[in-house]
Design a protein around this ligand. Structure first.
Ligand SMILES: [Fe+2]
Ligand SMILES: [Fe+2]
Length: 214
């Protein structure tokens, strides 16, 4: 099947594992999911047919998305909201340690702990609104009145996308420098995991769940 005229969000829904290919090529499939594959390839100077071949060759497990809305919401809360709540504090702690021990190095990720803290506070506020208001309204079938709340949640997702780009810059795309200690490497592995989970989480909401109510 020709993928070039499909949006990256559609491909991420359809093809298991496409999210990892997009992430590797820095193609934003979650917040900019409506952009066409051909346009993304062109703007990044990627060979479109090679990219399509890479996507067709996928046999990795994709993002799990239950069909029923209530099941999908339960999955988002268990697999993403609760996991972010567990993982952010541990990664913030690692960032504080690395920034204090290695402050003299030029490649020290200065400001990363504060960035992660801001991101986590914004996310917690956002997740609370989804869990307390938006998700129950969806389960109760209040479709037409949800347009504005969904638009606000999608704006939050866009803002998060900008912070993720900033995190990738600060960490050199999660590649720890030569000679980095175990804590530093663990920090970047943790940041990379947060990035992947947050992108999958936003993808499930923007490209699958929210579309059912728009
Ligand atoms: Fe969420
Ligand atoms: Fe969300």
């Amino acid at each position: 099947m020709a993928l070039e005229h499909l949006s990256v969000g559609e491909i991420a829904v359809m093809l298991p594992g496409a999210t990892s290919v997009f992430r590797r090529h820095k193609i934003d499939f979650c917040c900019k999911g409506e952009s066409l594959l051909a346009r993304e390839a062109e703007s990044r100077g990627l060979d479109l047919s090679a990219l399509e071949a890479e996507l067709h060759a996928l046999d990795t497990p994709g993002v799990h998305a239950p069909a029923e809305t209530a099941d999908l919401i339960a999955h988002i809360i268990e697999r993403y909201h609760k996991v972010h709540r567990r993982e952010f504090p541990a990664v913030i702690e690692l960032a504080r340690r690395v920034e204090s021990v290695h402050q003299d190095r030029v490649d020290c990720p200065r400001g990363l702990a504060d960035l992660l803290t801001d991101m986590f506070e914004d996310l917690e506020d956002h997740q609370h609104k989804e869990e307390a208001v938006l998700f129950p309204a969806m389960i109760n079938g209040l479709g037409p009145v949800l347009r504005d709340p969904i638009a606000r949640m999608m704006q939050d997702h866009d803002d998060l996308g900008e912070l993720l780009a900033f995190m990738a810059d600060l960490t050199d795309d999660f590649v720890a420098p030569e000679g980095a200690c175990a804590t530093w490497r663990a920090l970047y592995a943790g940041c990379s995991k947060l990035d992947m989970d947050l992108r999958e989480h936003v993808h499930l909401e923007n490209n699958i769940l929210f579309r059912r109510f728009l």
